[in-house]
Design a protein around this ligand. Structure first.
Ligand SMILES: C[S@@+](CC[C@H](N)C(=O)[O-])C[C@H]1O[C@@H](n2cnc3c(N)ncnc32)[C@H](O)[C@@H]1O
Length: 266
């Protein structure tokens, strides 16, 4: 699991779609349907276009999209997968360059699995930039620090602690907010006059999501190993146990996420 690898993004997309908070998507759709002009959505950190694929069938037909990422390979893959070219454009851009973020005419910024990678300082500067034009924000699927399994193992708590410490390392924006992302984003947006709604969007993975769970375990192992608080052999045993019980009926794995919708009365 590289985090930004197209195969990993493809594996997680169906679980993300199921997990997204329905009430928040409902509010988002109603808000955009009431807009006087055809909505323009800017999806930041778009990857291969998962957010576009999930939301576009639910939004007004005339909705236009700008999909933005700094990774040219992911943008190419997004262009390859999104065959309809009507009202969709793609932009390579590093979000750290907030001054040139193409916000003109944007009705709503969307982002999925992005803000937990971002720092508090970046998030505040981003909100400042957004609030200047009172643009709305839908920020979905930010990890909230919860990882639980249906069958327990003595090392679970230590693994989760190490993983959550890893979440706070620099992912390209300064020290990452990790599990604190939605809370911080919400506070920052409220301070700028936004109405903020938050919904839970946990993955609940069962034996049918074997490939996703196995890849997730490899990603957890790599992150925990980097922290170095658990002996490699112990960590290997934990992963072997978790892989072993994947096919069991009770092999439920819960990964907590939260979605946020922020709207500013213009
Ligand atoms: C975890 S992936 C999520 C991708 C997509 N939103 C999804 O839900 O499948 C994070 C995305 O953020 C992008 N990203 C990370 N840092 C970025 C930056 N500084 N500027 C632009 N995009 C960035 C990555 O290339 C990647 O596509």
């Amino acid at each position: 699991m590289s985090g930004f690898d197209k195969n990993w993004l493809a594996l997680r997309e169906p679980a993300d779609r199921l997990a997204r908070s329905r009430p928040l998507i409902g509010t988002l759709c109603r808000h955009l349907a009431e807009a006087r002009q055809a909505p323009l959505l800017l999806d930041i950190g778009c990857g291969t276009g998962s957010t576009y694929r999930t939301l576009s069938p639910l939004l007004p037909a005339q909705t236009r999209w700008l999909l933005l990422d700094y990774d040219p390979q992911l943008l190419l893959e997004a262009e390859r997968q999104i065959t309809s070219s009507d009202g969709i454009s793609f932009r390579q851009h590093d979000l750290n360059d907030l001054a040139d973020l193409p916000l003109d005419g944007v009705s709503m910024v969307t982002a999925s699995a992005l803000f937990d990678l971002c720092s508090a300082s970046f998030t505040d500067r981003f909100v400042e930039r957004l609030s200047y034009q009172k643009t709305g924000l839908y920020a979905a699927l930010n990890y909230d620090g919860v990882m639980e399994w249906g069958t327990s193992h003595p090392l679970d708590t230590q693994v989760v602690d190490s993983f959550n410490r890893h979440q706070g390392l620099d992912k390209g924006f300064g020290p990452a907010l990790g599990p604190n992302a939605t809370h911080h984003l919400g506070q920052s947006l409220r301070s700028k006059g936004y109405r903020v709604e938050i919904g839970h969007s946990p993955w609940r993975l069962g034996p049918n999501q074997h490939a996703l769970q196995a890849e997730l375990l490899r990603g957890i192992q790599a992150a925990v190993a980097e922290i170095g608080a658990i002996a490699p052999a112990e960590l290997e045993d934990w992963v072997a146990y978790r892989l072993d019980v994947l096919a069991d009926e009770q092999s439920l794995c819960v990964i907590g996420h939260a979605d946020l919708l922020a709207i500013h009365d213009r």
